[in-house]
Design a protein around this ligand. Structure first.
Ligand SMILES: [Zn+2]
Length: 92
């Protein structure tokens, strides 16, 4: 994706000459969005039951609240176990 964006900005288009630069940029951004979504989907797993917390949040919370919910969630929605979280008070 980054390579596509660099190609688009430099005006070099190794793909179909009928595909415009803007199309490549749009494809690159959609790809980045998709990769971010997939990362959220797969990256957050419960350490106890190994269930997919990211997927649960993406499917239940509003799109604008995903990050907030992921940050604030403190127990697994599947097994209800407390999630280990490093807090400021742990450092004292
Ligand atoms: Zn769990």
């Amino acid at each position: 994706m980054l390579l596509l964006m660099v190609m688009a900005y430099n005006g070099t288009n190794l793909l179909d000459p009928f595909v415009g630069e803007r199309t490549i940029i749009v494809i690159a951004f959609v790809g980045i969005g998709g990769i971010s979504f997939a990362w959220l989907w797969f990256a957050f797993r419960c350490p106890e039951c190994r269930d997919n917390i990211g997927k649960y949040v993406l499917m239940t919370a509003d799109a604008g609240k995903w990050l907030r919910v992921l940050i604030l969630i403190n127990s697994c929605p599947y097994c209800k176990k407390k999630l280990m979280r490093k807090t400021v008070s742990d450092d004292r």
